[in-house]
Structures are given as structure tokens and as C-alpha cells.
Design a protein around this ligand. Sequence first.
Ligand SMILES: *Cc1c(COP(=O)(O)O)cnc(C)c1O
Length: 409
Amino acid sequence: MNHNGYFSDFGGAFLPEILMATFDELTTAFKNAKADPNFWREYATLMSTYSCRPTPLTLAENLTRHFGGARIYVKREDLNHTGAHKANNVMGQGLLVKRMGKTRVIAETGAGQHGVATATMAARFGFDCTIYMGEVDVERQRPNVFWMEQLGAEVIPVKDGTRILKDAINEAFRDWVSNMDNTHYVLGTACGPHPFPEMVAWFQSIIGQEARAQVLEREGKLPRSIYACVGGGSNAMGIFSGFLDDATVELVGVEAGGRGLDTGAHASRLCSGDAAIGVAQGYKTYFLQDAEGQMKETHSIAAGLDYVGVSPILSHLKETGRARFAVATDREVVEAMRLTIRREGLIPALESAHAFVQAFKDAPNMAPDEVIIINQSGRGDKDIFTVADAFQDPGWREFIIKKAKQYHA
Ligand SMILES: *Cc1c(COP(=O)(O)O)cnc(C)c1O
């Protein structure tokens, strides 16, 4: 389905001349690594000794009984080191950086999760590390900034523009252009110019490979449907990859419906009329943009789903009808989270809870011998203030209001 970084008409690499050589170098390194079975073996070994791979596939017995339909399994990416599937991508890129002989990594981060994961990888491999973060986000994400610095990263607050993620992206590219010789830019999701979407999806495909083998062993058959939340699209592509060639397995991506699609306060690029196909940030996909190509404001209760673009591979899967896309509103997400915590003792990240919402809508309409898998992309510990506020826990109220000032800025 892929030719030169294109998936249908999506993807590509729209780059300034000065970055061409670096991207060629990266593409070659990636192709060689992919063709070398030792590379994947080294990666899988690293992930099984440094993170928690293979992550378990948990049967959610109580939720299954509660909904009275399909058997609900949960793929436990929350058990990865640093608490989410992001570890798969950054550790894989770390191995590639070592192979390319580079010594420094840079990244940009909004919510801070990708920054912490990248700083962790850099500490493990002994790379120098610089993290760009909008000044507003630095204020909102103090705990993550603290850990990045303890891990040895230099965190640079970006004071340009609106001082958020997109300004940090510009700054990171500026750094890369002047330091290409020794520096690799660790992109955090299956977006951006070729080869990033394909490369990040490949590292994350370890999720789907494991899940397919695990469900076959446990159930003796393939699942009916797979559910994953969609920010940039890396955890979704990761689990979908294992089942792409199984035509009977339905792939379901769930975007942030925010306060509702009709309010404009959401981050749905694949299900709303607010998005259009365009070229930005070096690649072609659906972006939340107006007729003039101006990017729109996005909103989600989950910071990790709050992005204007989406993986070109997912745009392709939508176009071809191979995957189905849905949205979950903030309110539905909070309810699904409450139920999952109480019934199953699992604490999904707010991002992951989007996938639970759609699975809970579909499961009761399925037969008890059918099987579904939800990708729990991360753990919810980081969301304590947002969740406690949403649950309106009175004991926490005062503490939260005080904390929320710095958290939500
Ligand atoms: C970052 C993040 C996401 C969104 O990123 P994708 O690339 O769409 O997977 C989802 N879940 C969690 C827990 C995250 O930290």
C-alpha cells in the first residue's frame, strides 16, 4: 500500500532543500534496519528487559459480564516503562540513532509525555538531549519538566508565537537544520514527513504482533473488532498492524469528540466537517483547518489527543474503508473511565478511555462468543487532577483548584 512514503494520496515528504540529505540518511538507515532481522531481535530484547514486553492481554471479566455481549480483552500498553506505548517508539528510534552513529537527540512535547519518554531513552543510551516545549506548556506540566531535567535533558521553553506545541515544533526543526550531523529528531507519533509515519508505525507494530498471537492462544480465533484511540495515530497503527491482513477483523479508531462535534471544541480530523485534506508540517493528511489553510484550535479532555493532524496511514485506512472511525466526548470518556476503574481495577489514561467508550457502545450488540480487544495505550496516573475534578470528589476539591491553576494555566 506504500510507495515512497505515500499511502493512497496521503503522506509524502514536503521538505526544505536543506533537510533532504538528513531525511535520505534516515530513510536508508530505517530500510536497512527493517531488512535486518537482528535489528528487530535487538529491539524486542531491549523492550522485554527494559520495558514490560510482551505486555499482557487482560480479559476484562467484570466488564464483559456488565455489558453482556462480546468478551472484552484489554491490551496493557499502560504497563510499559514511563507508562504508555510511547516507550516502544522512542526506544526503537534510540537503537536507530546508535546505528547511525549520532550522539544527540531532540524532541518537542506538548503534554510532556513524549518529552519524558525521549529523555528516558537518551539517559539509557547516553545521548545528549534537548526538549523544546512551549512556555505555556512548561508552566502547565511542571512535574514532567522536573523529570526531564533529572533525566539529564535540557528543556527549552519556547517564547515565540502562542508559546504552545506548534511553536515548539518550529523551534525543534530550526535546531535540527543547524545540527544535522550529530542530531536526530525523535518524532513522537506516526505523523510528519516520510519515513516517520511508516517508521513509528513499524516500531509500534510490536503491540499488534503480540496481541494477535495472544488472542489466538487464548481464544483460538481472531477478534471481531480492535479499538484504539487516535491522537497522531501511533498506538492505533501499532495494534492495527497486527490485523491489517485479517479481512474479518474490524479496526476502530476513536478520536476526541471534546464537547461535541457541533461545538467546534474537539479534535476530530476523520469524523468531523471541520477538517480538510492539506499539506502542513511536511506531509499531506486531514488537518483541522479552515478554507484558508489556517489551523484551528483543538480541544480534548485528553492532552495527548489534542493535535491538528493525523497519521497519513490512518487517513488512507479511512479512505479505503479498511478502518472505521468514531468519536467519544469528554463526558463519555469520564463515565467510561469511572466504570473501568470501579469494575475492573484498571486505570486507563484519559486518551485510552476514548477507545473504551466505543467498545462499550458496541459490545452489548455482539454475541457472547465474539471477542474484542481495546488498546489501553497508557495509564491514568498522570490524569489525577483532571479526573478528580471531573468526578467532583469533594475531598479533593480545594487541593485541585489550587493545583489546577498551574496545571491548566
Ligand atoms: C500520546 C498518547 C496518545 C496519543 O498518541 P498516538 O500517537 O495517537 O498513539 C494516546 N494515549 C496515550 C496514553 C498517550 O500518552
